[in-house]
Design a binder for this molecule. Sequence first.
Ligand code: NAD
Ligand code: PRE
Length: 622
Amino acid sequence: MRILIYGMGGMGGIFHRFFENRGYFVKGYDLNPDRSEVSYGEIDGFDVIFLCVPMDEIENALEDIARKNRSALIVDISTLKNLAIPHLERLGFDYLSIHPMFGPDSEIGLSNIIVVHESGREEERVILEEFRRAGAIISHISVEEHDRKMAEIQGTAHFLLFLFALTLRGRFGKAYHYGSPIFLVMHKLASRIINQDWRLYYHIQKNAEELRKEILENARVLDEIMKDERSFKGLVDELREEFDDYRDSTIVLDAYKTTVNAEGIDMLRGYIRAIDSLVLRLIEKRVEAGRKVAMEKLKLNEPVEISHVEDVKLRELVTKTELNPVMVSEIFERLMKLTKEEEYRILGVRKKVAVLGPPGSFSEETALKLVGSRLPLIYQSKVEDIFLAVESGKADYGIVPIENSLQGTVLQTLDALLRHDVEVFAEYESEIRHNLVAKKRLPLRDIEVVYSHPQAIAQCSEFINNYLPHAEIRYTRTTSEAIEMLDDRSAAIASELAAKLYRLQVIKRDIQSLTSNRTRFYIIRRSGGSVNGDESLTCLFFGVDDRPGALYRVLEVFYKNGINLRKLESRPAGTRLGDYIFFAEAEEKLGENIVEEIKKRTTFCKVAGFFRKVDRLDVFTG
Ligand SMILES: NC(=O)c1ccc[n+]([C@@H]2O[C@H](COP(=O)([O-])OP(=O)(O)OC[C@H]3O[C@@H](n4cnc5c(N)ncnc54)[C@H](O)[C@@H]3O)[C@@H](O)[C@H]2O)c1
Ligand SMILES: O=C(O)C(=O)C[C@]1(C(=O)O)C=C[C@@H](O)C=C1
C-alpha cells in the first residue's frame, strides 16, 4: 500500500511518521516545495492519499488530485465535514472520512478518531486497524451527527475559553504568579486556541449559534443560582451525579508546572523536582497499565514481550525528539523492562529462558511452544552464550539444539555442554515448518526475489524450483534480516511466528521438502537441580586410554545391563591430536552402580544430565 500525504503541515507530519514507522511506503506532497518529497506529476502512483491541507484549500486540492489520480482512496481528516464531503462526492472519489480529535503535537494513542464515512475498500480496513492497534479510540457516527456533536463539543469548549480570555483581557498582563492551578490551565488552553488558525474556530462556531444562545441563557441562570446557598448546593449535588470522574485531575494540573518559564537556580531546581515527581507518577501509571495489559494478554494468549511493538515505539519516540536517540532509546527500553517485569510478576512467571535469537527465529518458535507464550526470553546470538547465561544465573533455563534430522549433531552444543557447569534435564523435539511470507498477498508469479537463510532455502528447494523458478534467490544471515529486506515484489522464508510478529501475509504454508525436518533440543539448567523421578535418559561424556578394547570395555557395561545407546559421538579432547572424548546418550536413567562401573573403566567421566522427553515446560512455579 503506497501512501501519499497531501499537505505536509502539522497533521500531515503526524500521519507521515505514523505510517512510515510502521513500515509503510509513505511520501509527502505539499504546495511548499521544501516540504515535498514527490512532485505533483508523481501523485498518480499512490493507493491512498491523506488529505491534510487547511479546510479552505480542500476544494482546490481535490480538484488537483482528481486531474492526476482518481483511483486512490482519499482519507479526509477535516474538522468540518460539510466543507469536504460535497467535493469528494462530486468528484467521485472513494473516500474514508475521519475526524482525528487531536492536534499536530499530540499522540495518537488514546486519542478519539471519529469515522463518518467508509467506502468499503481494503486499504481502509488496514488504516483503521493500524490506528486501533496504536490505541486510538475509534467511533462511528453519521456526517450530520458529527457536525452537530462538534458544535456541542468543540463549540462549547472554544466559546467558553474565548469568553474567559475576553473577560480577563487587560487585568493581569503577563504576571500570573498568583494564579491557581485551575486558572493557569484554563489560561494556557485559551492561549493555545487563540494562537491557532482563527478560521478553524470561526467555521466551528458557525455551526454553534444555537448552542451559544443556550450557553448565554445558562450563564444567567447560574448567576441567579449562585446567589442562593441552598440552590447552589442543590445544583452541585445534581451535577455531581454526572460529573463524578475526577481521578488523576491533580496530574493534569501538575503537568501545567512543566510549562512555566522557570528562572534562577532555586526556581529551576524546583522546576526539575516538579518534573521528576510527575515523571515518577507517570511511570507508576505506565506500570499499572502494564498489569492490566498482562491480564488482557492472558485472555488473548499473547506473549508479554512483543518485539515489533517495542521497535515501532522506540522508532516513533526518537523521531519525536531532538535529544540523543541512543539515550532516549535506552531510557524507554528500561521503562519497558520495568513494565514487562511487572507483567511477568502479575502472571506468576518466575523463570527466564535463554534461546537463540533474534525474535521470530525458529528457536524462539520452539521456545514458545515449549513454555507457552508469556515468558521472559533472553535472546542470545550463539549457543555458547546460552550456556554462559544459564551458568551465570542470568537465565534459569536454556534451550539449545542438539540434533537436526537433516544436519546431524550440533557440535557447538556438545562442546559447550562438556565445558560448562550446566546439566540437561529435558529434551524436546520439534518439526521445523517453513512458510513463504510477504508484505501483502502476491501471486507467486509476481515474486521477483526470495530472501532467506541458506539452510531454509536448501530445505525448500523443491518448492522454489517448482513454483518460483523465475525468482532470484538472495541469502541473508537471519530470518529477521530477510524480513527487513522485503518490499512489494519479494518474499521471504520464515516461521509462522515471524509472520505473525512482523504482520506479514503467509503466501504458502509448509513449503519445506518432504523429508521430515526435525530438531531435537536439550533444555539445560545450572548443575545440581532437583531430580524429578521420571527421567528416562542419560547423557554423558567419557574418555578412555589409547589402547585396544578400551572403548569396548565401556560399551560392555551398557551391553551387560541391557541398556540401549541411541547416540555415540566422538569429539577431539582438545589436548593433543588423536585424543578423543566420547559423548553418549543412554535410553535409561543410569543408576549409581552403573555410573561407578563406567568410571572404573574410563579415564574421565561426566554425566551431563538425567533427563526426560517433554512437551511443555512449567515456568510458572518454583
Ligand atoms: N490542527 C489540528 O488540530 C487538526 C485536528 C484535526 C483535523 N485537522 C484537519 O487537518 C487538516 C490540516 O490541518 P493542519 O493543522 O495540518 O494544517 P497546516 O496549516 O499545519 O498544514 C497544511 C499544509 O498544507 C499545505 N497546503 C496548503 N494548500 C495546499 C494545496 N492546495 N496543495 C498541497 N498542499 C497545500 C500547506 O503548505 C501546509 O504545509 C485540516 O483539514 C484540519 O481541519 C486539524
Ligand atoms: O504493548 C504491550 O503489549 C505492552 O505490554 C507494553 C510494552 C511496553 O512496556 O511498552 C511491554 C511489553 C511489550 O513487549 C511491548 C510494549
